[in-house]
Design a protein around this ligand. Sequence first.
Ligand code: ADP
Ligand code: MG
Length: 700
Amino acid sequence: MTKPPLKFETDVQYLKGVGPRLGAILAKRDIRTVEDLLNYYPRAYEDRRAARNIGTLQANDIVSVKVNIVKVASIPMGRSKRRIYDILVRDQSGQIHCKFFRVPYKGYFERFTAHQEVRLVGKVVDYRGRLEFHHPDLRDIEPEEELKDDLIPIYPEIESLSSVKIARLIHQVLEQLPAEAWGIEKFSVSLLTSRALVSRQQALLKLHHPPVSEAASYHTEKSTSHRRIIFEEFFWLELYLAARKSGLKKEKGLPIENSGKKTQQLLESLPFQITGAQKRALAEIKSDLAKPHPMHRLVQGDVGSGKTLVALASAVTVSESGCQTCLMVPTEILAEQHFKNAQRMFSPLGLKVAILTGKSKTSERNELLAALGEGRIDLLIGTHAVIEEEVQFKKLALVIIDEQHRFGVRQRGILKDKGLSPHFLVMTATPIPRTLAMTVYGDLDVSVIDEMPPGRSPIQTRVIYESKRPEALKFLADQVAKGRQAYFVYPLVEESEKIDLKNAIDEYEKLKSEFPHISLGLLHGRMKSAEKDSVMDDFRSGKIQVLVSTTVIEVGVDVPNANLMVVEHAERFGLSQLHQLRGRVGRGVQKSFCVLILGRAVSEEARARTAFMEQTSDGFKIAEFDLELRGPGEFLGTRQSGLPGFRMANLVRDVQILQEARQAAFEILQTDPQLTKAENKALREELLESHGSAALAGIA
Ligand code: ADP
Ligand code: MG
């Protein structure tokens, strides 16, 4: 009996050598069908080209070369009992060191003697400018061994399933899969040709069995096969976002149109002129608000660029049409600050502002909710508390989320469910690089505030070590003597047994005794709201000269007279966080300073990170660098759970392809808004399959 031929949908257990046990292991990586197996990509290639020799090695190559042992050395490490083993090997073209930081097994190094010929397999590393191998595989040469010119794919192991075994399974599939089983290409010919993409079939075939002549491009993951797969990963995401975006454009909203008299009045009441960038953002918002479908706009602007004003002016525009605005912020301190600003600006216009946080008293809260329901409040400012169920508006037309990066991506959906489809405005101080913003916020329109209010002098940043701390303190005292104010930030509130960190409370006491003539305040997350408010009020009014704080002041806080930010244990903070902290100063006309103090035993990476802060104050650059350092997952943190997992694409490395994929997806939807053309039918089906019919609402 002949077996039916393989298909993409065939269960992997149908393959020779795969039983229920192996099937279960494969399933752990979601490999259930033949297609899943083909989509399990090699993580690297072992270069077995016969021509490889020591002289041609480059960092990060994974190679297999035939070498002779020169000598085996064991080097003691410091006073500990540990040793490094160093095997020096050579061939006609040169020599290279193989380092071992642990002993693979007892007697391992005794196996090797000078002049012995071995096969060396491993990854070339660049260690302080010198190429070497770390923990390579040293194998005996098989007597009949003959080098085949080849690139061997290396797959990520799945538990006990080795790369070699996975390779064998994939090889089996490639051999047995009939041509017609490769299914249809989902990309149209015009997409393939216009974007110079190879077919999916060709990409998969070559990824699993790359041609030796293209070795370099497979090692660097820049081959045409890689390009195709990476493009495709981005493309599906962008197509989904494009479809969502056109769906959003079809929702029914509350068009806001009015003379803008009050907004004008507000702007005239300010002690300064709005910047061109603020004006542009406001004009874009105003035009969005007037449309019959809800606005979905992101305002990106570096710390201190004046986003609050844009938010408040938009709320005034909305109130002029008799509608309400809700402004959501991540911390109570920020809510309080925005509330005070808004009150000052709104009262002269006869508009009413209210604040709601988790700490609001029940009686106040009930009264507020009633007023909100009756439409007596024009702008509600608050923390998470504003998304609770009982909070009902009479006519909510605009929702603004400040410091959006502190909330999850999903958050923006929640407020929308409050009855109508309000206009939506999110503000972020760009800790998200533009490229990443395209994927995370890909369905939003973007206004960029790329101009700082005039008269700000750049912040001078210095990184110092603990030992220089007294000098920093003296500098602080000098600034205070000149009438300025300062922040002193600590990473943690309470002493942890494990980490020996200075404790904000202790330090506050210490600083107090050190500087008896300076008025100090203490602020941390465990304090009661009323206490926090009074400390912030005193700092704002200048009664407190130096504010010792945890990172509760990280976002949004605005006290223009403060011109010095000191961050203790700066190595514990991420770059974007440091940038945010530094953004608390440089808001007034005084020259501002930021001192980053490093603790002892700081890693190389932390040093590079903080040094970068000295070089630039450009939030975009800092965000890009941060993304490079930590990668998108770490960078966005768990809060941003909306990001898809890419198998091959890398948001940092493949930005160019991301942009192309985005362009292609948006172009296709523009020329064929409902994806009804024959050539786009497969795209429509794919969207439907992976995101359900909701994804198609916009293009239906
Ligand atoms: P962010 O964009 O970080 O939220 P803020 O809205 O807190 O910045 O603004 C920072 C400071 O700049 C505030 O003190 C604000 O009053 C002031 N400001 C805003 N716009 C202007 C402007 N056009 N000219 C001068 N100062 C401005
Ligand atoms: Mg702000």
